[in-house]
Design a protein around this ligand. Structure first.
Ligand code: 13P
Length: 251
């Protein structure tokens, strides 16, 4: 059985103080949610304050990005060891916004994933097609290429520590969620690709869906066989909404 993983990607939202206020409202609402992993990825500037507030809870801290090198002349970048020192247990890599707006490619994402694993931080590796690619029937090709490229440096023995997030670009921030069936179709394809890459370990890899996940659609998504969690943007900014998502109900 794969343990569900519900993660908040706050993107460029919330100061350190606002992150603390969120946690104060959120933690009591999920105090008894002990059968899921809950993860919050605030901006870098709120990591430390959130780390203090989350201490003693089971909610895990994550970063939204990382640089693959451990140190050096990389102005404005953050190293894996710095995230480890703050207690980050996960880090998002290859988000479509980073791919599209900051020109990150699969090879760079692969270096980040490997550097995180070397610091015992679990990478949340994002993949997903654009609307144009979906309409051209290229979804599977695109997702296969992103998985092969972005996971190229993950050894079989570490595969279980990787989380894959399928985020169709056309569903991000648009209110247009993939139907549970459409998402499951791609998740099943991702699972097959992972089997080819990692063999049996693929069965333990958690695959999250992301793209307009809300309290009113999370239950149906989580009911799908290969949907093991959600990566949530907009709705994760509200403690009540994200708590409801983390406490999804499946039949
Ligand atoms: P939304 O939930 O706002 O669509 O964002 C999804 C996302 O990009 C999470 O990483």
């Amino acid at each position: 059985m794969r343990r569900p993983i519900l993660a908040a990607n706050w993107k460029m939202h919330k100061t350190a103080e606002e992150a603390r206020a969120f946690a104060d409202a959120f933690l009591p609402r999920v105090a008894d949610a002990d059968d899921v992993d809950i993860v919050i990825a605030p901006p870098f500037t709120a990591l430390e304050s959130l780390a203090w507030t989350l201490r003693g809870s089971s909610v895990a801290l994550a970063a939204q990005n990382v640089h693959p090198e451990e140190k050096g002349a990389f102005t404005g970048e953050i190293a894996p060891g710095m995230l480890q020192a703050l207690g980050c247990r996960y880090t998002i890599v290859g988000h479509s916004e980073r791919r599209a707006l900051f020109g990150e490619d699969d090879a760079f994402v692969a270096r980040k994933a490997a550097a995180l694993l070397a610091r015992d931080i679990r990478p949340i590796v994002c993949v997903g097609e654009t609307l144009e690619q979906r309409e051209a029937d290229r979804t599977f090709d695109v997702v296969r290429g992103q998985l092969e490229g972005s996971l190229a440096s993950v050894p079989k023995a570490r595969a279980e520590q990787v989380v894959v997030a399928y985020e169709p670009v056309w569903a991000i921030g648009t209110g247009r969620t993939a139907t549970p069936e459409t998402a499951q179709e791609v998740h099943a394809f991702i699972r097959e690709t992972l089997v080819r890459l990692f063999g049996e370990a693929a069965d333990s890899v958690r695959i999250q869906y992301g793209g307009s996940v809300k309290p009113d659609n999370v239950d149906a998504l989580m009911a799908q066989a290969d949907i093991d969690g959600a990566l949530v943007g907009g709705a994760s900014l509200d403690p009540e909404a994200f708590a409801r998502i983390a406490r999804f109900e499946t039949p």
